[in-house]
Write a protein that binds this ligand. Sequence first.
Ligand code: AKG
Ligand code: FE2
Length: 293
Amino acid sequence: MIVLDEIERKYKLSSDNFTKNYVAQGKPVIISGVIPSWNSFSQWSLKYFNQLSPSLNIYAKNFSDKEIEICSLTMGEYIKLIENYEADSLNNPSPPYCHDLPLFSLIPSLIEDAQPFPLDYLPKWYWYKWWRYCQFFLGCSNSITPLHFDCLLTNNIFCQIVGRKQFTILLPEDAKYCYRKGWRWFLVNPENPDFNKYPEYKNAKPIRFIVNPGEILYMPPGTLHHVRSLDMSISFNIDWHTRKSCLNAIAASVKGMPPQNSYYNFLLAMGLVFKIPSSVIFKFYKSYLNYVS
Ligand SMILES: O=C(O)CCC(=O)C(=O)O
Ligand SMILES: [Fe+2]
């Protein structure tokens, strides 16, 4: 049974409250009242990105049952595909999904549009050039990210700037009912579960809600999520560890985490646990941001 809207919503949550009642408890929450004061909230659109950087080379993904296919194109070409699809979705193919793009590093003028970023939600280690850890998601309505968890078992602060997204999430303890494929993907489609093929999914407790423009979603490590864009959408996230989540993630190396992921978690532990500054660690971590696991 799907539980609708079984997620807490808080207005301008303080960092103490966030840390004590959500991060420490492994509890998701939607936070409003932060993004609406950012320039991005009133200014970002695909047209705006196109004006800033029409010839920027980007990549986009097609998710199929078997694999993730990656294509490369320019921002200008991509935006044209989206505009055509949004204008007439019957006669234009669904564009690929621009997923996990480090756009703050590619177009640095966007950084000032996401201020004041709530840095006090994050460990201090991330404060220096925090935006380098962010990944963008640009896509047309009906873009879908299939069910998965974030591969380093990080916390996720997900910022929805333009358009709405429907999330179906499951807490980590329900992973065993969702038919895992590899390390991070799951075979069940929570929007239309095939109970004949995946009978155990009947035991799972999916939670479904909409994240509106201007809202932040916090997901604890290991939260399974399936995401559907309800509109043309612009979002970005920051995946981050606490000392505790980082050590838990390293412990997961013996539970099938791919060695490359363990390497990135080891780097983050060097920072969060052994206090090596992020200016040193980032050089080695950077390749993670183009890594499709
Ligand atoms: O917005 C999406 O489509 C996917 C988001 C996601 O998977 C994430 O932030 O980890
Ligand atoms: Fe994710």
